[in-house]
Design a protein. Structure first.
Length: 596
């Protein structure tokens, strides 16, 4: 419903489906409180609110007109974009520049922020810059020769050396490229330094990712010689819940975390707000190691900090004190060398999938649509199919196998089968959505709606501390002598939970690509929506494709594949730019000023 009192530009943009009622409401309220009625200012304010809703930290006024796609269901209309945004410069609701006193909106370098996100971005920028400027921690790297005895140049070794020698570092790479393998060796190097052993915290944005991180580190612990009592927690737990606030924590700038090393896995899912809270809670002399894959889907909340850090320009003077390994890393391209100066190392070789999927993932990542379509035409492992006939056949076969293993009570085999094949969808609803396909697969295998027959895959949708199950965990129903149980993979063996003890649980024949983040399957089928779907992005396709270890079946049109590859998630943020105070060398550098 459109607010009745919206007029002019606000109403026009709302009618076109660009602005939601909440965007208009906030803009009108802001205008009322600040005695600002000029339409371009109110429109810009509404666009800033809309930006946050869509995951951006701010709105880039120079490009917003090109990035806004009117609602398909709305009548076609030529939007009357203001010719210029100069009214913002003297608006009582806009602080202009880095140093201007507080106002609800802030305009810097052509980027318009809601103040709260500006403050958080500044905090992140300040914390990172201060840590980069501080003398590097002293570290003895002689242990690397024992920990890494593979052929040089070895990117894992380089990442370890970089992370050991900096206060903030980023280890990126696709699935199975050895990020955890590297983290385990980094911890060993740090624990072996003279003096008291560092206090280590392992964390991840979700309970499921935290459990997986702990498991993977412990798998490596014996081989590397790490203490076996290392545990991982969610970032929320690490920072300490507070009953009175959703975004403030027990540990903050006034009550630092008691750790010397903090490793955050799956950090592509960390929002700007969470990163700000984490950075302010770190002691100035704590090392922060961010681990993740910046090419995967971005967090649900605003910001894409990991991706921003990877794409940031190198700070002046950065790179002094790079480890000797960097000199030997001859095959780094110019971009990777720039990233290295910012403490970012990307691991490249996946130990988990073969050259077929690796090539496909790389072509998607680089946006090479022709190459992707060529690869999808080359054989049985990578296919593009226009209809769902073969997919349905595969689903039937896989459901029958699962059912038979479940009826015979073989939980271990059920869990192995569960990891063999998975259907992934972009949407939750609609013809190509998870809900539709869960019903459809249920009917294909003759399941009665609402019942959980043996062999039914299930998805946990809320953290369950009592049963140690995490939002996003998947399991399968198995018949046992004690009745039906849900089997979940725990370490190397199955854990059986009575169905009656599960509360937030859904069928999991199909999962959204978002939900599948952090999981791996031998065969993945990806159901692409029509090319016009706004969810169809390069990050979505990359995330889906990299869930597979053996084969990828894409069901959809060539047009949808091209649309996905051509549409990158663009989250406006100032972190990728340098923003010095006015008078500094970088005042308006690089920005196409929309105010001119
Ligand atoms: N240099 C190496 N030598 C031998 N085995 C390795 C090496 N690097 C990684 N591996 C193995 O490859 C597998 C994947 O490594 P790891 O789990 O560290 O990757 P990852 O990047 O953390 O994966 P994910 O993205 O799933 O978190 C593990 O079994 C690991 O032991």
């Amino acid at each position: 419903m459109i607010p009745v009192r919206a007029e002019g530009l606000l109403r026009e943009f709302a009618d076109a489906g660009v602005l939601a009622p909440a965007d208009v409401h906030v803009a009108l309220r802001l205008g009322r409180l600040g005695s600002e009625q000029r339409e371009p200012v109110l429109l810009a304010a509404a666009l800033a609110v809309r930006g946050v809703r869509a995951g951006s930290v701010c709105v880039d006024l120079a490009t917003v007109a090109d990035s806004v796609v009117p609602d398909e269901d709305a009548p076609p209309v030529e939007l009357a974009w203001p010719a210029e945004w100069t009214a913002l410069e003297d608006s009582p609701v806009v602080a202009v520049g880095v140093d201007a006193p507080w106002r609800p909106l802030r305009l810097v370098d052509g980027l318009l922020y809601l103040d709260r996100y500006w403050q958080q971005e500044q905090l992140v920028r300040r914390e990172l810059d201060e840590r980069a400027a501080r003398p590097a921690p002293a570290v003895d790297l002689t242990g690397l020769d024992v920990l890494f005895d593979g052929p040089a140049p070895d990117l894992q070794r380089l990442a370890t050396a970089v992370a050991a020698g900096r206060w903030v570092s980023v280890i990126t790479g696709g699935p199975g490229t050895g990020k955890t393998h590297t983290v385990a060796r980094l911890l060993k190097v740090l624990l072996d330094q003279p003096g008291p052993p560092p206090r280590i915290a392992l964390a991840a944005p979700t309970g499921k990712a935290a459990a997986r991180l702990q498991e993977s580190v412990l798998e490596q612990a014996a081989a590397v010689g790490l203490p076996l009592d290392l545990t991982a927690s969610t970032l929320h737990r690490l920072l300490g819940w507070r009953p009175d606030s959703r975004s403030r924590f027990r540990h903050d700038a006034g009550n630092h975390l008691p750790y010397d090393v903090v490793v955050v896995d799956e950090s592509s899912m960390v929002s700007l707000t969470m990163m700000a809270r984490l950075l302010e809670a770190l002691r100035p002399t704590a090392r922060l190691v961010l681990v993740g894959d910046p090419d995967q889907l971005t967090p649900v909340d605003a910001g894409a900090v990991l991706s921003d850090l990877v794409h940031r320009p190198a700070a002046d003077g950065a790179g002094a004190g790079l480890p000797d390994d960097a000199r030997d890393a001859v095959d780094l391209d110019a971009d990777e060398r720039r990233q290295l100066r910012n403490g970012v190392v990307r691991l490249r070789v996946s130990q988990r999938y073969g050259p077929g999927i690796a090539g496909l993932a790389e072509a998607v990542r680089k946006g090479e649509a022709d190459r992707v379509l060529e690869l999808l035409d080359t054989g049985a492992e990578l296919t593009l199919e226009p209809d769902t006939a073969a997919l349905e056949e595969r689903i039937r076969a896989s459901a029958a196998e699962l059912r038979s293993a479940a009826e015979s009570g073989d939980a271990e085999r059920c869990l192995a089968l569960l990891g063999r094949h998975r259907l992934l969808c972009a949407h939750q609803r609609g013809p190509a959505g998870v809900a539709t396909w869960n019903d459809r697969v249920g009917r294909l295998i003759g399941a009665v709606p609402g019942e959980w027959p043996p062999g039914a895959p299930l998805l946990i949708t809320a953290n369950d501390y009592e049963n140690e199950l995490w939002n996003g965990d998947t399991g399968v129903v198995v018949r046992t002598d004690d009745g039906l149980r849900a089997a979940f993979l725990r370490g190397t063996g199955p854990d059986l939970v009575p169905l009656s003890r599960l509360s937030a649980v859904h069928p999991a024949h199909a999962l959204t690509v978002h939900r599948s983040q952090g999981s791996q399957f031998e065969e993945v089928a990806v159901l692409l929506p029509p090319a016009s779907s706004p969810l169809l992005t390069r990050e979505l396709l990359y995330t889906a494709v990299t869930r597979a270890s053996r084969s990828v079946r894409i069901v959809g049109s060539e047009e949808s594949v091209r649309a996905a590859i051509g549409r990158q998630v663009v989250r406006a943020s100032g972190l990728r730019r340098r923003m010095d105070p006015p008078g500094g060398a970088q005042g308006t550098r690089g920005a196409r000023s929309p105010l001119a």
